[in-house]
Design a protein around this ligand. Structure first.
Ligand code: ATP
Ligand code: MG
Length: 185
């Protein structure tokens, strides 16, 4: 499963509907002037994947993700699902999967609603987090993201710390912990 296109509407600096496409299944780079919205694209992906620590996407509350002066933000990602070996469980009959997440600001105070749709049908946040985890996309794994400013921290890590990071990202670290526990007994 890989990204085909990203549609942003009212998300951070993307006040007007914007489509970002195409994407390579292997490697993508986003280039542009300082302040032109490159990191905001990555923030929108993390938001769609269900990030729980909003400060990782540079916001104190969901409301800050809505473009200034607006009341709604929509992020939609179309995933290419033709590689059936990587399909989410029960989804291998579809060649394309469309996930959308929105935030609607409430007129009173600072609170808001957020919700998901999967292929046009509403889905709970937990359903979507499980959906992404099932294909190895756990945005809340501390090593999933190497955000701006963290590159030097990673470059200065000791080899065993880098190994730990890779193991965590690959999802094998939990087996290490389980083995240690089993050896104790
Ligand atoms: P750099 O090269 O410096 O890393 P960048 O291309 O990554 O820049 P971003 O951080 O994606 O830039 O975008 C920064 C811009 O997004 C700022 O101008 C900021 O004002 C704007 N921005 C952030 N949140 C909102 C919002 N809620 N509404 C409107 N604009 C916003
Ligand atoms: Mg940036």
């Amino acid at each position: 499963m890989h990204i085909k296109s990203i549609q942003l509407d009212g998300f951070k600096s993307y006040q007007k509907h914007t489509e970002i496409a195409p994407f390579s299944p292997q490697f993508n780079a986003i280039t542009g002037y300082n302040g032109s919205g490159k990191s905001n694209v990555l923030d929108s992906i993390c938001f769609l994947l269900g990030i729980s620590k909003l400060d990782n996407i540079r916001a104190k509350s969901m409301n800050e993700l809505i473009s200034h002066g607006g009341s709604k933000a929509i992020v939609q990602i179309r995933f290419d699902n033709r590689d059936k070996k990587q399909s989410p469980f029960g989804m291998d009959h579809l060649d394309e999967l469309v996930v959308q997440r929105h935030i609607t600001a409430l007129p009173t105070g600072k609170s808001c609603y957020t919700g998901y749709t999967l292929n046009g049908h509403s889905a709970t946040t937990q359903r979507m987090i499980d959906f992404f985890r099932g294909v190895g996309l756990n945005v809340n794994n501390p090593h999933f993201l190497i955000m701006q400013g963290r590159i030097t921290t990673v470059l200065n890590m000791k080899p065993e710390e880098i190994l730990g990071m890779v193991e965590e990202a690959a999802g094998t670290k939990m087996y290490d912990q389980k083995r240690k526990e089993a050896e104790k007994t």
